[in-house]
Design a protein around this ligand. Sequence first.
Ligand code: ATP
Length: 234
Amino acid sequence: MSASARVDTIQMDDVSVRFADTDVLRNVCCSLPARTTAVIGENGSGKSTFARLIGGLARADSGTVRVLGLDPARETAALRRRVAVVFSNPDAQIVMPTVAEDVAFSLRSEKLPRAEKTRRTQAALERFGLTALADRPTHDLSGGQKQLLALCGAFVREPDLVIADEPTAFLDARNARLIADRLLKNGSHRVLLVTHDLDLAQRCDQAVLISQGTITAVGAPGGIVKAYQELLVC
Ligand SMILES: Nc1ncnc2c1ncn2[C@@H]1O[C@H](COP(=O)(O)OP(=O)(O)OP(=O)(O)O)[C@@H](O)[C@H]1O
């Protein structure tokens, strides 16, 4: 693909987001072409707001945002079809009584034949190791299983971009690795991952450092994590 034809996953030009007279994001400019991107930075620096903006869940007060070539503020329906968002609290995303029903529910607005929805649901359950739990009540699942289910519900729609905001925050090391493996595994989907787990950030293709509402560095994860660690000891 030629450089001119390339549609970067995320592009922002001079973007600011204000809450109650405070600029939570300030004059953010970026162009993020990599398949997987980690977003790191201190508590309250603006990472979730950045992710919400990209997922069409927050609005910019000024500037231009493009996600997969779409304007999230104006092309919301098209964005919803192509982008899935997963948060650290899976309870907020699980709505149906059983595991299989919950995954299938994610396909409710897809115009697909019933057989194709069943095929996709079964394939997603298999991919996330949830087949044996298909008929289990969702409220009986462990935290790690719920997080896998939330991710499964995102992936069953076959999104072009998955935005995951601290998806491993409450998980033990084994489940965190499982979720990370499923999320970052090679595939056609792109990933924007907000995380405080710097080892996980280093598994991405590129990283973004946000500090006090501004992107202060973008590049290979090793260098960005080092810059962040230096910032933390200052
Ligand atoms: N809806 C809102 N109304 C008012 N202030 C908000 C709102 N959402 C976020 N903020 C503020 O914006 C700032 C950035 O919040 P954000 O959640 O984006 O940070 P973060 O980097 O994701 O933090 P953390 O690592 O602690 O999750 C914080 O000061 C927060 O209090």
